[in-house]
Design a protein around this ligand. Structure first.
Ligand code: NAP
Length: 516
């Protein structure tokens, strides 16, 4: 635990912010040592319903307060986030086991998302005129009404930034949020929320609950007006089924098996260093990190050599500073998942190019970043998402073969292309089946582009977060049309007989004038 008294002062009482009326708690361990970090209160289904009722009341005033007020509050929260970055970084590291550098990416992302939504909400969501179907006879405008109470469910891996990517646009759009924090990400979320409360977000407007999915998650998705879910494809499917039955909307940000194509015109050493980061940032426990590398045979030798050298020399550690290149896997369950995939692959003939060993000398769930070759379809690691510390390397003979292999997956979340020519990268990007494609970067180009939509194709999800698309999730468009009285629209047969030729003339005239 860090020694700062500021840490104690600011965060000692964070657990009290969970909506939980009982006395049940759950010990949450830190990946840095495996010891208990804190005791997280567990909410009940009644607590969830109570939080939703209070959020409903708070939402009415928040929606009425208007864009300018919400912008002021969110920009103040942005400032507080940046001011508190060191303490937030400590928390992220202690809770997730990732390095300070990778924690910094989370805070930068949360701040970017906050700033973007504070400043963009009014432009995207203000009411505006639309063309009416019959010019001069009617005027039409669209206004956007906040959906109400949004249920946000986030996993443990990027708790702070994933929370921000759903909660902040919901708040900016005038909604309230009840969030089910994963036990292991709760402290980061509660600290983020605390900054927003101090900036002026009413307590009840953003409530955090915690506890087992069967009780807390179900109670949440039973009652909210919209669901933002981030997690596995299997759970996403259940959430979608329930949202479908209730006829409420849902955005689903799910798993991936993200490919990287290394073309024959790269600088192999630079490509290898970038690939190491793309695969093993947060130890691969990142939805958009790379698990499949397709490298052109022409550069495969030097690329492979440089990748092995980079990874073998990388420093693993858990200190609360910028010292280590890679951190820990997040939990014993994650270590089991990774070793399960590795053992299965090796038993079926895969070769470990680098890594492949647990590192208890550094911490209980540390594992060396691992690259496999000789991976074949019968191995689990071939098509299943590992979500941690293993990447498979395949040789290809052409750009065409690489594109085909990259697309041969049930997932379609993120993809990357390393090339000496951005124009060539752009051409290849057009052909990849993924919600985001990064050229000469693993994921950060698109991840940080908060004005652009982020999400998955195929089994990787439905809907988009970030950008105008991310804001539009949280409103109901209402179309309001008023007749002007210039002309009476036909009602009786005689009126239709009279006006039909005129309306046909109008339709042809509008097409000739290219008027929508
Ligand atoms: P998970 O098992 O699906 O759990 C995610 C969250 O959903 C947890 O808080 C879980 O609570 C809750 N949950 C489970 N069943 C639920 C239900 N029936 N109703 C409501 N909530 C329920 O996912 P995970 O394994 O923790 O997270 C890793 C996965 O997330 C990976 O597949 C990764 O690719 C994906 N992910 C995707 C993105 C993206 O943006 N596309 C980002 C990050 C992660 P409990 O913990 O209590 O079970």
């Amino acid at each position: 635990m860090p020694a700062q008294t500021a840490f104690d002062a600011l965060y000692a009482s964070l657990d009290d912010d969970v909506v939980a009326s009982g006395s049940v708690t759950r010990p949450v361990p830190t990946p840095t040592t495996g010891e208990t970090l804190h005791e997280l209160p567990q909410s009940s289904a009644d607590d969830v319903r109570d939080a939703i009722s209070r959020a409903r009341l708070a939402q009415l005033a928040w929606a009425r307060a208007g864009f300018a007020h919400r912008r002021r509050v969110l920009l103040r929260a942005h400032e507080l986030l940046l001011e508190r970055r060191e303490l937030l970084l400590d928390l992220i590291q202690l809770e997730s086991g990732k390095t300070r550098g990778q924690g910094f990416e989370e805070i930068f992302q949360a701040a970017s998302v906050t700033r973007y939504n504070a400043l963009a909400a009014q432009r995207v969501l203000r009411g505006r005129r639309r063309r009416s179907g019959i010019p001069t006879v009617a005027t039409t405008r669209v206004r956007y009404r906040s959906k109400g109470v949004v249920g946000v469910i986030t996993p443990w891996n990027y708790a702070l930034s994933l929370a921000a990517m759903d909660v902040v646009p919901a708040l900016a759009a005038g909604c309230a949020v009840v969030q089910k924090a994963d036990d292991q990400g709760a402290l980061s979320i509660l600290a983020l929320r605390r900054a927003f409360i101090e900036a002026g977000v009413p307590e009840a407007l953003w409530a955090v609950v915690a506890g087992p999915a069967g009780e807390v998650g179900e109670a949440l998705t039973d009652e909210v007006d919209y669901v933002c879910f981030t997690g596995s494809t299997a759970t996403g499917r259940k959430i979608a089924e329930k949202a479908g039955r209730r006829l409420v909307g849902a955005s689903l940000e799910l798993g991936g098996k993200n490919p990287l194509i290394v073309l024959d015109d790269v600088d192999p050493e630079r490509a290898a260093a970038n690939a190491a980061h793309a695969c093993f940032s947060a130890m691969g426990q990142l939805c958009v990190s790379i698990e499949r590398i397709y490298v052109h045979r022409a550069v495969a030798g030097p690329f492979q050599k440089a990748l092995v050298a980079e990874l073998a020399a990388a420093k693993l550690g858990s200190a609360l500073d910028f010292d280590a290149d890679f951190g820990s896997l997040a939990s014993a369950a994650q270590l089991e998942r990774v070793t399960g995939h590795l053992d299965d692959a090796v038993a079926k003939g895969a070769t470990v190019l680098v890594g492949g060993t647990p590192r208890p000398d550094v911490g209980p769930w540390f594992f060396s970043p691992t690259v496999l070759t000789g991976v074949t379809p019968e191995m689990r690691v071939y098509a299943e998402e590992t979500f941690g510390a293993i990447a498979s390397l395949y040789l290809v003979d052409s750009e065409e073969e690489a594109v085909q292999a990259a697309n041969a997956s049930e997932y379609g979340l993120n993809a990357a292309i390393f090339t000496g020519s951005v124009a060539r990268g752009q051409r290849v990007a057009e052909r990849l089946e993924a919600g985001s494609v990064n050229i000469n970067e693993g994921y950060r180009g698109t991840f940080a582009s908060v004005d652009a939509p982020m999400g998955g194709q195929k089994q990787s999800g439905v809907g988009r977060r970030n950008g105008p698309e991310g804001l539009l999730r949280f409103v109901e468009p209402v179309t309001i049309s008023a007749t002007t009285g210039v002309l009476q629209l036909p009602r009786w047969a005689s009126e239709y007989r009279e006006q039909a030729p005129l309306l046909l003339l109008l339709a042809r005239g509008l097409a000739a004038l290219r008027r929508r």
